[in-house]
Design a protein around this ligand. Structure first.
Ligand SMILES: C[S@@+](CC[C@H](N)C(=O)[O-])C[C@H]1O[C@@H](n2cnc3c(N)ncnc32)[C@H](O)[C@@H]1O
Length: 348
């Protein structure tokens, strides 16, 4: 998918092996903090039914696209209102790619020619041309949504495609916490919506939810729940604020020099030492599910012993550690190897 803090693509073989040892193919498995959806996709492809959720709106669009489709949407209603010949996903992308650029919110707040509303110096997340293209696409999508010309799932596919395209040309080093001082090579390319390939294997009888894990757990019944929480203090809502704005299609006040949206409504208690224990307990207590598999890192807010103490109150706990060689700069004092834990809990 794309670079995302804590993305589990590299650990998929170990995670999938653990899941297959715990529940048979065909079981219902929850991916409770699904992020980019890399674990959900592997589960679907392996033959499980998936319930995937996350607190972020961009994540919902990634999950809907990857779990609820086995072919491109047809845009039947849009066909009645917009002159696109032989309408289909690729033709809709062609239409959006050819829109007249527009000087709007992204141009003003996130490009060097813009004038941020709060008087900050202009920002450099996107070139002015790419920001104007994003503005044009956002305005058109908002119009289609308001008029009821695309379904919610079609909206997700188009926003997923736009987010992937924006990631390709964003002038950042990994996250959207801040922009780079000069444009890098990728960001100078023109933004282009490219068709994504839809997953054809496995079921589309999956469920996608959006919300805090602590709140939605009580609504879920499943055979196994995989939990991949944030393990550091870095909040996803702050680090991916621009993706969230594309996902919501809104125009929030861009605060400070970096232009962050107000992200308090998506603040995660899993990123705080004071909240994480309560949050884990709420999830484990309230979900109608006996087996849990939790990913965590040696670098995390809680040590492996603290986690074992916490989970042991609920049932039988065991774990495996996986050695990981971490990326570090030459000057870094961090150790070269990092342990990633997979913790199993069977509720009593
Ligand atoms: C380590 S990432 C998951 C990465 C994912 N497994 C992947 O491969 O892309 C943690 C995710 O938890 C989400 N999150 C954080 N706190 C949450 C909460 N309280 N409820 C639901 N999701 C939460 C974040 O938005 C983020 O996407």
């Amino acid at each position: 998918m794309f670079r995302y803090i804590g993305n589990k693509t590299k650990l998929l073989p170990e995670i999938m092996k653990e899941i297959s040892l715990s529940v048979p193919i065909g079981s219902t498995v929850v991916d409770l903090m699904a992020g980019t959806g890399s674990v959900s996709v592997a589960l679907r492809q392996e033959g499980y039914r998936v319930i995937a959720s996350d607190v972020m709106t961009y994540s919902k669009h990634h999950l809907v696209t990857q779990l609820l489709f086995d072919r491109a949407p047809q845009f039947l209603e849009l066909a009645k209102h917009v002159p696109i010949e032989n309408i289909g996903y690729e033709r809709v992308l062609g239409f959006l790619n050819n829109l007249e650029p527009k000087m709007g919110y992204f141009y003003n707040e996130f490009s060097p020619e813009g004038t941020p509303a709060n008087g900050s110096p202009s920002r450099k997340y996107f070139t002015s041309n790419n920001a104007q293209k994003i503005d044009a696409i956002r305005a058109t999508l908002n119009e289609w949504i308001e008029n009821g010309w695309i379904t919610e799932n079609e909206e997700s596919v188009l926003k997923h495609t736009l987010i992937m395209a924006a990631n390709d040309v964003a002038n950042i080093s990994g996250t959207y916490g801040y922009f780079l001082s000069s444009f890098n090579k990728n960001s100078l390319e023109d933004i282009v919506l490219k068709p994504v390939s839809f997953i054809t294997s496995g079921t589309i009888n999956n469920i996608v939810l959006q919300g805090f894990a602590e709140d939605i757990s009580s609504t879920i019944t499943a055979d196994l729940c995989y939990i991949d929480p944030p393990y550091m203090k870095r909040q996803y809502a702050a680090n991916y604020h621009i993706l969230e704005t594309i996902a919501r299609g809104d125009f929030p006040e861009a605060v400070g020099k970096s232009g962050l949206r107000d992200w308090w409504d998506q603040h995660s208690k899993f990123c705080t030492k004071t909240g994480i224990r309560d949050s884990f307990e709420k999830v484990i207590d309230s979900m109608n599910c006996r087996k849990f598999l939790i990913s965590y890192s040696e670098d995390g807010l809680l040590s492996i012993n603290e986690l074992i103490d916490l989970f042991s109150k609920h049932g039988k706990v065991s774990y495996q550690s996986i050695e990981y060689s971490r990326f570090r700069s030459n000057k870094s004092k961090l150790s070269k190897d990092l342990k990633e834990y997979i913790i199993r809990l069977e509720k009593e």
